[in-house]
Write a protein that binds this ligand. Sequence first.
Ligand code: SF4
Ligand code: SF4
Length: 337
Amino acid sequence: MNSFHSPPLQRPIKLTISYTHSCNLQCRVCYAGCSREPSEREVPVAEWMRIVDDAIGSGVISFMFEGGEPLNRPDVIDVIRHCGSRAMTRLRTNATLIDRAMANALRAANLGDALVDMLGATAGTHDHLTGMPGSHQRLLAGVQELKSVGIPFTLLTIMNRRNAGELQGILDLGRSLGAEAVGVLRPYPLGRMRENWDELSLSLNEMMAAITGLRVPEGIRLMQSWHPNDANCCWQMAAVNAYGDSIGCTYLREYVNYGNLRSLTLLETWDDPLYASLRAGDVERSCGACATTQGSHGGCRSTAYAFHGRWDAPDPFDSPLNDGVDLRKLPDRLRAL
Ligand code: SF4
Ligand code: SF4
């Protein structure tokens, strides 16, 4: 059994807030599988502010607002403003709802940077995957508005069968648009992506070939989470869903619930035994090369649990730890969710 050598964090430092379980797009690869309109069960704005205050009091120094699409609930601006001057504040967005007024509001709220989901270099691929004609063009317009007010941005893409041949195009587009970095994310068998897994998933060899074939343009950073960059970042993560449930990481959204922050403090849920054990980093086996580059062991706990049903299992997205798992085939347990 491998575990971290340094003692685990005593307090959370980063909190991801899934502000709403709604979105104006309906992406085929969406991990959230969200609805078009926010539900009445979502945390109201005043309570989000109290949760942010509690988190800062508990030691959180960095917030990530995501969804769904956070801007689908415009009152997110009030909460971003509430923490923007007190902590690093980031926004993950599809950028289609960012016009000049919204960009100015985000700037005035002290947003640190934006992570923009681009699912294809071409409008044909992006719009097919988002389910909305014109969404690629609206994304490009939103990015220009972010640039015009001086908010730095990164492009993120979820690799899948439809866009794997356009990753180089996304990198090149990121360079020409002035992105700080491009992040290629693995497909997680969650939400709508799980429902479309048979059509959109790739084998590990296909994903590795797509990653290793990329030519990174000068002036841009490539972020990717396959070997030798396969991290186990559970040790530093905290997350809350749109209903206030503390879930540790948004990629654990379908598997865990450590308690609700509308009635408990973040630190009370932090002490949940499963949460503490995931943070401790106890895993059966580890990839030495990834452990060296990432300083952590065993890879992502979400995909390890998805494919093996055990929290300490090896991550099959990491080639040295794959053990012959065909990532195109979902376990029956997940198909039944
Ligand atoms: S992936 Fe993002 S942009 Fe697409 S439907 Fe889900 S939340 Fe919306
Ligand atoms: S579940 Fe995966 S992505 Fe989430 S914190 Fe753990 S290792 Fe990181």
